[in-house]
Write a protein that binds this ligand. Structure first.
Ligand SMILES: Cc1cc2nc3c(=O)[nH]c(=O)nc-3n(C[C@H](O)[C@H](O)[C@H](O)COP(=O)(O)OP(=O)(O)OC[C@H]3O[C@@H](n4cnc5c(N)ncnc54)[C@H](O)[C@@H]3O)c2cc1C
Ligand SMILES: NC(=O)c1ccc[n+]([C@@H]2O[C@H](COP(=O)([O-])OP(=O)(O)OC[C@H]3O[C@@H](n4cnc5c(N)ncnc54)[C@H](O)[C@@H]3O)[C@@H](O)[C@H]2O)c1
Length: 464
């Protein structure tokens, strides 16, 4: 039986990063993958969704100037072609060329160090679980019988449906509802909470919903799905809102209700690896078996590609380096973006979270892109920034809804992570007319506020 320094189970964002990190330290690494390398990001997540979003945005823009007919089949073929292009950098051959061994199959624990892959047995001094997550399918009567769409099969569609019910008003729902609606699919979003995008600053989530609604997406908020059935035309969803029952009809239904960790059939219980919402890990990403680590969606808490990368690197270093002190994860500076149009990006806390922690000493600033020349050059370009700082202008939270918000947040993220007061940005030259200049303009506001908040200036002004 072959013995490895490290066995990585799963080759998505987390597993690939862990593999290349361990290889970089000259360790022997085996990657076990049941499907193709690349994982959700490449095949059924970030990449195909962003490709669909980009094409839908092009169609939406073109429609302002001409009568455009959408060819759903070629759009979906393009989506798949983009995934194949990304995959070229992640194939088993690429992994083997970098020095890893590769086994195709499902890994099952035989004992704490031994894994079975079909008939083969392999042994690892250390093991990393990077098996990701799958769409959560709640036990709504009739749902599994109608073979619903999920992120795992929607990008394989050859044709776009005429109409689509989307269960859940989270990130997947908002990104896909807008894109598909722009491509001519009538979308209805059913969300059980009073507002969509529950992880966002509430006023920005509302702005995003209003934007999508203005484009034609229908929202049923505060609404629970109770039953699903097949009809001659497609799908009928039974819902309840308070005490009011009703039905919604569409050609197909997409389930986007959150995720469940991929752990089934791996024998985790036989070797004593604890599982709660996901695989339970400590701050060093060790599971309840200290030589077994976990990273990415299977562990959480942030189900994001860049967080899987971040954790994958730390898990691999802790697993293979004989250092006396292990590295710890630090979630103080997490950021993410929702790639709707406009994009919605967040770094750090909401205002409510910041107030709960810092009380009324926080400062809150707002910026409207109506003041930004660049935004004015594009009709209908809406945008807002909400910035929350401590009394020394250090960023506690930032929320941007705007064109390129996912990129703009990176500048805020640098200041936040390095502890640089936001007011310092006012002295940094920015290109004109750029979207990023909005941040410089906002920093002038923060800079002036700092001056006016200074006790001496306050005293002087109160004496006037
Ligand atoms: C529609 C959609 C859009 C998204 N967009 C974004 C985005 O824009 N930005 C972002 O940051 N995140 C996005 N995400 C989230 C992102 O895709 C995930 O957080 C990320 O892919 C998780 O990486 P991972 O390595 O943990 O798992 P995965 O990428 O899921 O990889 C797990 C791998 O393990 C394999 N595997 C599972 N079980 C076994 C087993 N027993 N044996 C062997 N192999 C196994 C699987 O086949 C898979 O290849 C999106 C998700 C979805 C669904
Ligand atoms: N741009 C990005 O970074 C990006 C894009 C897509 C997905 N993702 C990741 O994928 C993960 C999964 O996305 P998701 O959209 O499936 O989950 P989500 O957690 O974002 O949203 C699920 C939504 O479904 C609602 N819901 C749950 N049960 C319901 C029910 N029975 N009836 C009606 N509504 C119900 C929830 O209230 C919630 O709003 C996210 O956590 C995110 O991290 C990230």
């Amino acid at each position: 039986m072959k013995n490895y320094d490290l066995i990585v189970i799963g080759s998505g964002a987390g597993g690939l990063t862990a593999t290349f990190t361990a290889l970089g330290f000259g360790k022997s690494v085996l990657v076990i993958e049941k499907d193709r390398p690349g994982g959700e990001c490449t095949w059924s997540g970030c990449i195909p969704s962003k490709s669909l979003i980009n094409q839908a945005k092009a169609v939406h823009t073109a429609r302002k100037f001409a009568d455009i007919q959408v060819d759903g089949a070629s759009i979906m073929a393009n989506v798949r072609a983009v995934s194949e292009r990304i995959y070229e950098h992640e194939t088993p051959e690429v992994l083997q060329k970098a020095g890893a061994d590769y086994l195709n199959g499902e890994a099952v624990f035989v004992d704490a160090h031994t894994l079975a892959v079909g008939d083969q047995r392999v042994r690892g001094k250390k093991i990393i679980l990077a098996t990701g997550s799958a769409p959560l399918l709640p036990p709504i009567p009739g749902l599994s019988e109608v073979a619903p769409l999920t992120n795992e099969n929607i990008f394989q569609l050859e044709q776009l449906p005429e109409s689509l019910l989307i269960l859940g008003g989270g990130v997947i729902s908002m990104e896909l509802a807008q894109a598909l609606n722009r491509l001519g699919v009538r979308c209805t979003v059913v969300e059980m909470l009073p507002e969509v995008l529950g992880r966002e600053e509430p006023e920005f989530a509302a702005l995003m919903r209003e934007k999508l609604a203005s484009e034609g997406v229908v929202f049923q908020l505060d609404t629970k799905a109770t039953r699903v059935e097949k009809t001659a035309q497609g799908i009928r969803l039974h819902t309840v809102r308070g005490t009011q029952e009703s039905t919604l009809d569409a050609e197909q239904i997409l389930v986007a209700l959150g995720r469940a960790p991929n752990i089934k059939g791996m024998g985790l219980d036989t070797v004593g690896i604890q599982v709660d919402k996901g695989v339970v890990v400590n701050k060093h990403l060790q599971t309840s078996l200290p030589h077994v680590y976990a990273c990415g969606d299977v562990a959480g808490p942030y189900l994001l590609s860049h967080m899987a990368n971040y954790q994958g690197k730390i898990a691999a270093m802790n697993a293979v380096l004989p250092l006396p002190v292990k590295r710890s994860v630090n979630y103080q500076h997490v950021t993410w973006a929702t790639f709707t149009d406009p994009e919605l990006a967040r770094a750090g806390m909401t205002e409510t979270e910041a107030r709960a922690q810092y009380g009324d000493r926080i400062r809150v600033y707002h910026y409207d892109f109506a003041k930004l020349d660049r935004a004015q050059t594009k009709a209908g370009d809406m945008g807002r920034i909400k910035l929350i700082t401590d009394h020394r202008a250090r960023v506690l939270g930032a929320h941007i809804i705007a064109e390129r918000a996912g990129d703009l947040i990176a500048e805020v993220q640098v200041l936040k992570t390095l502890g640089i007061p936001f007011s310092k940005l006012q002295g940094v030259i920015h290109p004109y007319p750029s979207y990023a200049d909005a941040l410089r303009q906002l920093s002038q506001q923060v800079f002036l506020d700092r001056i006016f908040q200074h006790p001496v200036v306050k005293l002087f002004r109160s004496g006037k």
